[in-house]
Design a protein around this ligand. Structure first.
Ligand code: HAM
Length: 487
């Protein structure tokens, strides 16, 4: 039976065949039919498998994380970059590696009804690093003072088997430092990520794993040694790993196949092939992490699944779940820019999946500020009252008061019921009498108490009741450098 967990916390199952499952399904089905008949239509379409709608309550978490990301990025001199959600597929094939899972199995190819030859080579991005490196080359950024520091936030697409924390579209925040190589840069990046995790209060549930996988040359020698080790043992490997032995023998290291896992125990270890420079680099990086008071675990088995990594690799794991569903990860990619046609240029970076971060926040009981609360619900009766309400609503909003209004023809009683449902703090009522008397009724929705005041005092009164501190206004700084939470 396939269970797919959705972001909103529900899970649904398909292909259930056991009796309990069927009985449960019938009850659920009847209940849903009843519900549909009384309140809503059965949806004709659903989100594609492995994708999610980001509903408003979930957005509160997204916004909270993005704020922490942007704040830490500004502090450390990272600039925002956005690259297209689709790119020439060769960028990913060359960069990430033709025989990695991400390219071999998970790439979404883009086509149109009349696809030209050029367009036939496009694919949705499965990650952000390769596109950012392409942009670095394309815009001649090697002419800028180095290193160039970027951050990006956006969706990526992988045709993975959907399960908890593994989606076909997910959001990442991503940081890259390009153009200079020094272990202090890797240390700064890791420090920055720990700061973000600390800001959103999940750091204590994570543990940092770190390794040095050596240079590209080290790995080539290691691959030869692996191939030699498997001579005469190929027939004992399952077919899938026999194929991998030909195309990408490193993938045998994290194979899920039991037979492979047994054989691989006797194979040479990558650590034996890492050169002295890389070892030295790693020791220096670890000493910097200690100086920054960042706890880490040296993990010689950590390799990560992308071909572009050289030397440093790291991941943040959930304390209890381990390698499964890493919350964030990255490493050094000193050969990537050259592979994509640029001058030899070092780089290092990381990405973290927003959905996994939010899961961690929920697990840790982190509450995020609810900024969509309704302060005022404006209710009216009659055409003159409606006209007054329109301008009143506009003025209230201008003052930074979250205001909604029922401008339909419903009775005052049903408008009050609506105000209750929207959880408004206060309601302002203008009926025919109030229009005549040029007054407004201010009703405290929680206490049910109300007062009638002159209409020209309404805004002042509401601000006093809500408190100046709760007004949602642009600050001077915001106006000079507008930032939007929505993207
Ligand atoms: P990655 O480890 O493939 O690295 O992905 C980064 C993060 O994205 C993971 O740690 C995880 O939180 C999240 N993630 C990955 N796959 C999924 C999925 N199917 N569903 C939900 N979340 C997922 C990269 O993407 C590299 N580009 C990181 C990097 C940047 N290396 C250097 N610079």
């Amino acid at each position: 039976m396939e269970t797919i967990d959705t972001l909103q916390g529900h899970s649904w199952q398909s292909n259930g065949t056991d009796k309990k499952g069927i009985r449960g399904f019938i009850i659920l089905y009847k209940a849903s039919r009843l519900f549909c008949r009384t309140s809503m239509a059965q949806p004709l379409f659903r989100t594609p498998k492995g994708t999610n709608d980001t509903l408003p309550a979930y957005h509160q978490y997204m916004t909270y994380i993005k704020k922490a990301v942007r704040h830490r990025a500004r502090q450390a001199g990272f600039k925002r970059i956005d690259t297209p959600t689709f790119e020439y597929r060769a960028i990913f094939e060359r960069g990430i590696g033709e025989h990695t899972d991400m390219v071999e199995k998970e790439l979404y190819l883009v086509s149109t009804k009349e696809t030209s030859d050029e367009e036939a080579d496009l694919s949705l991005r499965p990650e952000l690093t390769a596109g950012i490196c392409r942009a670095y080359i394309e815009h001649g950024m090697q002419q800028l003072p180095q290193p160039v520091q970027f951050y990006a936030i956006g969706p990526v697409f992988r045709h993975d088997r959907p399960q908890k924390g593994r989606y076909r579209e997910h959001y990442q925040f991503d940081f890259e430092i390009i153009g200079l190589k020094d272990p202090s840069l890797d240390a700064q990046l890791i420090h920055l990520l720990t700061k973000i995790y600390n800001d959103i209060r999940i750091l204590k549930n994570l543990r940092l794993q770190i390794n040095n996988i050596g240079t590209g040359e080290n790995r080539l020698v290691y691959i030869e040694a692996l191939k030699e080790f498997f001579i005469g043992k190929e027939r004992n490997l399952p077919p899938i790993d026999q194929g991998r032995l030909q195309t990408n023998p490193l993938r045998l290291l994290d194979s899920k196949e039991e037979d492979t896992q047994i054989i691989i125990k006797g194979a040479p270890k990558l650590a034996q092939f890492v050169d002295d420079d890389s070892r030295q680099y790693h020791d220096t990086l670890c000493s910097y992490l200690s100086a920054l008071n960042i706890p880490y675990e040296d993990n010689p088995h950590l390799v990560r699944g992308l071909d572009y990594y050289t030397q440093t690799v790291f991941e943040f794991w959930d304390r209890s779940a381990g390698a499964q569903n890493a919350v964030g990860g990255g490493g050094r990619y000193d050969g990537l820019i050259e592979l994509l046609g640029g001058h030899p240029t070092p780089g290092t970076g990381f990405a973290s999946g927003m959905e996994r971060v939010i899961w961690q926040m929920k697990e840790a009981g982190v509450k995020v500020p609810q900024k969509d609360q309704v302060d005022i619900f404006v209710a009216q009766l009659g055409p003159d009252a409606k006209k007054k309400c329109l301008t009143l609503i506009a003025h209230l909003r201008d003052k930074g008061i979250h205001t909604i209004g029922a401008l339909g023809e419903a009775s005052l009683k049903s408008q009050m019921r609506l105000a209750d449902k929207f959880d408004a703090t206060y309601a302002l009522l203008i009926g025919k009498m109030e229009v005549k008397r040029q007054t407004i009724i201010v009703r405290n929705m929680k206490e049910g108490k109300q007062e009638e005041i002159p209409e020209d005092q309404a805004i002042e009164r509401v601000i006093k009741l809500l408190g100046e501190g709760s007004l949602d206004t642009y600050t001077h700084r915001d106006q000079m450098t507008p930032e939007f939470d929505q993207d």
